[in-house]
Design a protein around this ligand. Structure first.
Ligand code: 4NP
Length: 155
């Protein structure tokens, strides 16, 4: 059975598509499934933001084939690990959890770099152009740690 990991942000067009692409590139396809979703519904069916597509491409990753979808309570059953990008996403997802087992699947992604500090991946949507580079670097560092842990635990 593959191990399943879900990346969650607000729109599912800026941060979580990058997190999905980066983590998927660091894990063997045969044993792991990586997906992403947004807590909001504005971008269902949309491709990632052009700026996320561009920063991914600059780093050798193609994410333009991804399509936005909204987080669903069924995701708690399907996925083994749910990484959220910020405190607001965390609160939204935890609120939807039915029990402690589901809550235990949810983690702040930057806790991998800064344990228990609850640091947000800043939303670059309305921000500066360089925000996408910064977000890419943060997610790349976090996903490097996540992939090493997952491979050690599940292979
Ligand atoms: P994301 O960024 O959560 O990183 O995908 C956003 C994208 C779009 C919106 C909000 C955040 N929006 O309000 O449309």
């Amino acid at each position: 059975m593959p191990v399943k990991i879900l990346m969650v942000c607000l729109g599912n067009i800026c941060r979580s598509p990058l997190a999905e692409g980066i983590l998927a590139s660091k894990l063997p396809k045969k044993n792991f499934i990586v997906d992403s979703a947004g807590t909001g519904s504005w971008h269902i069916g949309h491709a990632p933001d052009k700026r996320s597509i561009a920063v991914a491409k600059k780093n050798g990753l193609i994410i333009s084939n991804q399509r936005g979808r909204q987080f669903s309570t069924d995701d708690f059953d399907f996925f083994d690990y749910i990484y959220v990008m910020d405190n607001s996403n965390y609160d939204t997802v935890i609120e939807l959890a039915k029990n402690q087992q589901q809550k235990d699947k949810v983690k702040m992604i930057l806790d991998e770099l800064f344990p228990n500090e609850n640091v947000d991946v800043p939303d670059p949507y309305f921000g500066l152009a360089n925000g996408f580079n910064m977000v890419y670097e943060m997610l790349d560092e976090a996903c490097e740690i996540i992939s090493a842990k997952l491979i050690a635990k599940h292979q």
